[in-house]
Design a protein around this ligand. Structure first.
Ligand code: KG4
Ligand code: ZN
Length: 342
């Protein structure tokens, strides 16, 4: 069965084609980062309008790469939530319009389930069950994953998400949106001894996180400089920030692995692309004898492949999930644990 995937929850338009037997056939992506950069963050209305412009050309691109015709699509998966309402509506209406025109069924996909299952697209995929750390721009969650749709939330952030902390701290250092990759690069040039930032909730004995205090600590450190920050000063602040956030993410993963007895850890979401996080987890995995899995770098941040793939896994497990009802409602807020098993 060939499943078309449509992602439009935030600032990436992603289209992909997945075969339930052969896996990913092709994908096409447009990132709006350059468009939002001058505003220092995502402007929802601009995001929606750009999804409208990009969706169909990207569909043509994905079809051409897979050497397929629209008529060969068997089902359409689209991101139903969570995300920006207007942006989600674009993907949902494109899915609905295509479904109606082609007389093919549709399935709404939870964006975080897409991220969560994206490491299964890699060449050496993990088996269930596993512990998942989901670290994106909007979410930071630790979850036990027993199968498709079988997710148990162990802990989550009480305030800012990890990606948000990266972006906000980067902004304080004058770096462009999204600041995650930039602050992480800058940190490699910094001296780890200059700034010791707090490690929020490191010893809280649960699996929750809190990052807004860390961002405030960065702000206080920046303000304390009696002069404009030199490039080296900025690198030192970046280093202090990255060391603190990675320490917390690592410690929570290790204690959740111990608590659950799981031996496989999966990292998903944009922050999963972070080099320092990967280095810290890889060395802990060697020492403590667990396996750590990441999505391919191109599938860490938002993309259509993970949506098509989640749709394919769900439909393979339960074809009844596909609907020929061409009306839709998007879910800008949608807790992952409200999602049923496949
Ligand atoms: O998963 P994603 O593409 O979108 C959401 O669903 O939120 O994640 C985007 C987030 C942004 O906050 C971005 O700064 C962060 O992931 N990010 C990184 C890196 N690459 C992306 N953060 C730290 N280091 C990176 N290399
Ligand atoms: Zn995402």
């Amino acid at each position: 069965m060939i499943v078309l995937g449509i992602e439009s929850s935030c600032d990436e338009t992603g289209i992909a084609l997945v075969d339930t037997e052969a896996g990913l056939l092709s994908h096409a992506l447009h990132s709006q980062i350059a468009m939002h950069q001058e505003y220092g963050g995502v402007v929802p209305e601009l995001a929606s309008r750009d999804h409208v412009r990009r969706a169909l050309p990207l569909l043509e691109e994905a079809l051409e790469r897979a050497q397929l015709d629209k008529s060969q699509i068997d089902a359409i998966a689209y991101t139903q939530g969570p995300g920006l309402a207007g942006a989600l509506l674009v993907g949902a209406s494109v899915a609905c319009g295509l479904g109606l025109a082609l007389r093919k069924p549709m399935i709404g996909i939870h964006h975080l389930e897409g991220h969560l299952l994206s490491p299964l697209l890699a060449s050496n995929p993990p088996e269930f069950p596993f512990l998942a750390l989901l670290v994106s721009g909007g979410h930071t969650q630790l979850m036990r994953v027993d199968g498709v749709g079988r997710y148990q939330l162990l802990g989550e952030t009480l305030d800012d998400a990890a990606g948000e902390a990266f972006d906000k701290s980067a902004k304080l250092l004058g770096l462009d949106y999204p600041g995650g990759p930039a602050i992480s690069r800058l940190a490699t040039l910094g001296d780890p001894q200059i700034h010791q930032f707090p490690r929020p909730m490191l010893h809280s004995k649960d699996f929750n996180f809190s990052f807004s205090g860390l961002k405030t600590a960065v702000l206080t450190a920046v303000k304390k400089y009696p002069h404009d920050l030199s490039e080296q000063d900025k690198a030192n602040v970046a280093r202090g920030f990255v060391d603190a956030i990675i320490d917390v993410l690592l410690a929570k993963c290790l204690s959740a692995l111990k608590h659950t007895g799981l031996k496989r850890l999966v990292i998903a979401g944009g922050v999963g692309a972070n080099t320092q996080l990967r280095t810290a987890l890889n060395s802990a995995a060697l020492k403590r004898r667990f396996q750590v899995y990441y999505p391919e770098l191109e599938f860490c941040t938002d993309n259509g492949a993970m949506i098509a793939f989640a749709g394919a896994l769900r439909l393979k497990a339960n074809p009844q999930l596909a609907t020929y009802q061409y009306s839709f409602n998007v879910k800008p807020r949608w807790p992952l644990d409200e999602l049923g098993a496949a």
